[in-house]
Design a protein around this ligand. Structure first.
Ligand code: GLP
Length: 250
């Protein structure tokens, strides 16, 4: 894991976007195409904005997946991750192929199976991830399943996760937040050849400290990233405030 700490969210986002664009461009140059998996949430705002302004990616040669989606939330709802990605990424850069998670599917288990078949066929070159306040990765809340053999699965959302969504303004009350979601699993995320993890803001500092410097444990799902050979973590000064600065450089 390579961890870098940047003075502001904007600097963090620029550095992460530069690394992400470089990875995508290199895959396209070597293989003719690149496949990536996008994250959503507040941690990705500045990063996705910076990424769409990178001029080095031939998006017509990319295939896009995403990490997770609520079950039973219409794609038009302001908190829908399909809507989030359509507005911030898909309608801006137009990847040639987009595989969205249909959280409205009548049979979520079949939707997981459909996505699993696609990901197993394509492979993922680069995954973008954030870390939640409870240290979740995707919608793998603690205690996360590190042994799952599935690539996508249906999960129950933790109360802490649902509360975070209200505090961020996506929903008015916790009761409005769906109780279930489809998420790529932790082993699914770790299949990606490269992982770009962007985590700004002071409210993530405790999760970041446990995930990056504590033991690898389902209690802090993002600690699983320590087991991945090519993960780049981008922090701002606030999210890194509880870290021993010798961990990182820059
Ligand atoms: C969110 C999203 C993920 C994201 C992660 C961190 O809830 N479901 O796609 O990577 O959890 O999100 P946030 O930046 O909102 O903390």
């Amino acid at each position: 894991m390579e961890v870098t700490i940047h003075p502001t969210v904007r600097d963090m986002a620029a550095a992460a976007a530069h690394r992400a664009a470089g990875e995508l461009a290199r895959c396209i140059s070597e293989n003719g195409r690149a496949t990536f998996m996008a994250a959503t949430g507040a941690s990705q705002f500045a990063f996705l904005d910076a990424l769409t302004h990178e001029g080095t990616v031939d998006w017509a040669r990319t295939t896009m997946y995403h990490l997770d989606e609520y079950i039973g939330l219409a794609a038009s709802h302001p908190a829908s991750f399909r809507r989030y990605l359509k507005e911030r990424l898909i309608d801006v850069v137009h990847p040639s192929t987009v595989h969205l998670i249909d959280g409205s599917a009548l049979d979520p288990a079949s939707e997981c199976a459909r996505l699993t078949r696609l990901v197993e066929q394509d492979g993922i070159d680069v995954a973008f991830v954030g870390i939640g306040e409870n240290a979740h990765l995707g919608f793998n809340d603690p205690p996360a399943d590190f042994e799952s053999r599935a690539v996508f699965e249906v999960v129950e959302l933790a109360h802490t996760c649902r509360e975070q969504q209200v505090h961020e303004g996506w929903f008015e009350t916790v009761d409005e937040v769906p109780r279930k979601a489809i998420t790529i699993t932790i082993p699914g995320i770790l299949r990606s050849k490269c992982i770009i993890c962007t985590v700004p803001e002071a409210r993530k500092a405790v999760a970041v400290k446990h995930a990056l410097t504590g033991p690898v444990t389902p209690t802090y799902p993002a600690s699983a990233l320590q087991n991945h050979p090519r993960t780049y973590v981008f922090l701002d000064a606030d999210s890194a405030s509880l870290l021993d600065k010798r961990l990182a450089h820059r």
